[in-house]
Ligand binder design. Sequence first.
Ligand code: ATP
Ligand code: MG
Length: 340
Amino acid sequence: MIQLSIQNLTKRYKTGDGVSGINIDVGKGELVTLLGPSGCGKTTVLRSIGGFLEPDSGDILIEGKSVLKLPPEKRPTAMVFQGYNLWPHMNVYNNLAFGLKIRKKSKSEIDEAIRRVLDLVRLPGSEKKYPGQLSGGQQQRIAVARAFLLEPAVLLLDEPFSALDAKLRHEMREELRDIQASTGLTMVFVTHDQEEALSISDRIIVMNAGNIEQMATPQEIYDHPKTLFVAQFIGKMNFIQGKAEGSHVHVKQLRYANTEQLQGDVTVAVRPEDIAISKPDEGMRATIHQIMILGHYAEVSLETECGNLKAFLPRDSVKDMYPGQFVGITFSKVLTYKSA
Ligand SMILES: Nc1ncnc2c1ncn2[C@@H]1O[C@H](COP(=O)(O)OP(=O)(O)OP(=O)(O)O)[C@@H](O)[C@H]1O
Ligand SMILES: [Mg+2]
């Protein structure tokens, strides 16, 4: 069932920046991430859904009804802003209770809900503190708690974990996934961190310069980036110049099927984990430059006639390798794009 439908949304600021022709359907209980570099339009889309920006054209439907005419507080959405704006003159309790009081909940209901949500964001007992007495990451978590309490039909989160340290960030992602699984909350989550997007999303929408480049599951985006932009943006990737001719793409002496039916100069993209190392007379010649053990795998940098490449190999398999060694390399999987 479609919970949120964004139809042909266009919003241009006076400067000419903004977004255009955005079409997104979000299913009930789905967590969809808007991912892209700074300035690509993520916040613009999110604010339009929440009612904080008026689109130039297009429509936004929640549970089948257009919400365009509704002010933010009348929409069935709750938004956590980039830079979490808590009310500085109110303590945590009152920041959280505000929305519930408007809904005429009883004091005991409110107290209980606040206690539960503070446990959830790991800040139990912080009711009496003022935002100025909390760190950036703690304020961010209170802002997330405040949005949860409103039990919206669609929860909008604009980089909600950006001020958290790596460990807490990781934990909060897991929490968010758990909350989503147990409540079936529909969420639109904004981040410019591709790793974060890959780890929490049901679907990722990759944006670039106000447009959608690709919309797919994390797995699909990782395995089949549709454009060179997506290939550059998601995960680690090696890029090599190649030539397409007829049914083949050539990279030096290596040959691959021309699945995209390209012609002329092409960019061949290879994931580090798709590079295999063999004997010097097999595949493309390479020299091992450096071997770095990174936990359960090793990152091997290679000098080749196509430039420097990075390979990820199981730690065990690099035991007998050494810098300066001549090897051959092959690619178990390649992606090909028309060169930019
Ligand atoms: N009020 C505004 N007036 C004019 N231009 C704006 C305004 N708000 C945003 N922009 C421009 O619109 C574009 C999209 O901005 P937006 O805030 O949506 O980007 P974003 O993807 O959220 O970026 P970030 O990751 O930095 O938060 C940018 O080029 C930005 O400079
Ligand atoms: Mg933004």
